[in-house]
Design a protein around this ligand. Structure first.
Ligand code: MEV
Length: 429
């Protein structure tokens, strides 16, 4: 019987880079070309020069895989591009905890983006609203004329809403929201083009003047959710039983819910994971950031994107919900070989599935941070990883780096000079 591969790969972090590549290759059936994209940043100078303006070179970051993810009963290795040490290790460790409770359950809305048209100089706001709503079907049809293959693929403009904004600093204005199903794309180009197509018609039927035509990054019709439960015993640490850790984590969550100063840092931790996945897959992480933080303020006060609670059995339950306007086609996902390889490793079949994975990654990253903060403090783990990197920089062999790092942590003397001394002493022995 064929057994699905497991993303719980013991000791992955201790393997050599070549061994990790071999696992990724086997996992996703990577070609020589795919592997090459991991080794050369996945972007030629010529491609870089076509991607943006005034190019003088390329700039690389590490691409890593987070292990242990199980979402909706499927295993994933999650590609992450990030410059901050500890993020990938923490994410993998948290996913392992969720795995012990059966993994994540995740869902995502249909990929519907909101495009905005700003309409001004209206002689009569109510008449304009009536005229526009009476022609809603015609406007939606015009938005789809010339929209290309997206309509055939089941997407396209769906609906139109009006939102009067009165007494702004420049007077009254009417805002139109075009709802547009972008299928597997992030969708900015599809939506902005549709808005520009319908703007002249909107002016002609309303008698007003259109100013802006642009999508909204508060894509709250495109939400993704993830949740999971961690058995309390899995959270026992040092001398503290799991019940204590569960309680402390919920206290940390309550702090972020109540206080915007803490919520900003709490949500930053969530975005550590989500942005890293966005970068790896060639997505517009600024758009996702903007949507996440705007959504975190939807109650009128900036708050946490996650909720943590204790379930009836005393286990820890976590939930996240946020807008995730992500794509697996178009943009950098098409032009960047590295992004294509990341998507191949991740193996998602739709933008909605990518959004589900991103939500789960955000929840895992959040758990890792607040668990560390509510127990050992964040520095201990950081220092352990930092020590390991120093050990490698001092010339320790992969299999010895762990011991060198452990000795430095034990001595409370973490530095390159000390790492060199220990490595030298090991060699002399
Ligand atoms: C650091 O990059 C992220 C944290 O500050 C997140 C948090 O405080 O929850 C550790």
């Amino acid at each position: 019987m064929h057994k699905a591969p497991r993303s719980a790969i013991p000791g992955f972090y201790r393997m050599s880079l070549a061994d990790r590549q071999a696992i990724a290759r086997e996992w996703a059936g990577l070609s020589e070309d795919d592997l090459q994209s991991l080794n050369d940043s996945g972007l030629s100078l010529a491609q870089a020069d076509l991607m943006i303006e005034n190019v003088i070179g390329r700039y690389s970051l590490p691409l890593a895989l987070a292990t242990n993810f199980r979402i909706n009963d499927r295993d994933y290795l999650v590609p992450m591009v990030v410059e901050e040490a500890s993020v990938v290790a923490a994410c993998s460790a948290a996913a392992k905890l969720f795995r012990q409770g059966g993994g994540f359950a995740a869902s995502a809305d249909e990929p519907v983006m909101i495009g905005q048209i700003q309409l001004l100089d209206l002689a009569d706001m109510e008449c304009a609203i009536e005229a526009i709503l009476a022609r809603k079907a015609e406007i939606v049809a015009r938005a789809n004329e010339g929209a290309g293959s997206i309509v055939a693929r089941g997407g396209g403009a769906l609906d139109l809403e009006v939102r009067p904004l009165r007494n702004t600093t420049v007077g009254d204005m009417l805002i139109l929201h075009l709802h547009f199903d972008v299928r597997d794309a992030m969708g900015a180009n599809l939506v902005n083009s549709a808005l520009e197509r319908i703007a002249p018609y909107i002016e002609s039927i309303s008698g007003g003047r259109v100013n802006l035509r642009i999508l909204s990054n508060l894509s709250d019709r495109r939400l993704a959710r993830a949740s999971g439960t961690i058995p309390r015993n899995a959270l026992a640490m040092n001398d503290a039983p799991g019940t204590k850790a569960v309680h402390w984590i919920c206290e940390a969550a309550a702090f972020a819910e109540a206080d915007p100063y803490r919520a900003a840092t709490h949500n930053k931790g969530i975005m550590n994971g989500i942005d890293a996945l966005m970068l790896a897959t060639g997505n517009d992480w600024r758009a996702v950031e903007a949507g996440a933080h705007a959504y975190a303020s939807r109650g009128g006060r900036y708050s946490s994107l996650t909720t943590w609670s204790i379930d009836d059995s005393g286990n820890l339950r976590g939930e996240i919900e946020l807008p995730l306007a992500v794509g697996i086609v178009g943009g950098a996902t098409r032009t960047h070989r590295g992004a294509q390889t990341s998507l191949k490793i991740l193996g998602v079949r739709s933008a909605q599935e990518l959004a589900q994975v991103a939500a789960a990654v955000g929840l895992a990253q959040n758990l890792a941070a607040i668990r560390a903060l509510a127990t050992d403090g964040i520095q201990k783990g950081h220092m352990r990883l930092h020590a390991r990197q120093l050990a490698l920089a001092a010339g320790a062999a992969e299999e010895k780096a762990h011991a060198v790092a452990a000795q430095m942590v034990e001595e409370g003397n973490i530095g390159l000079a000390r790492a060199r001394d220990i490595v030298r002493a090991q060699r002399e022995r």
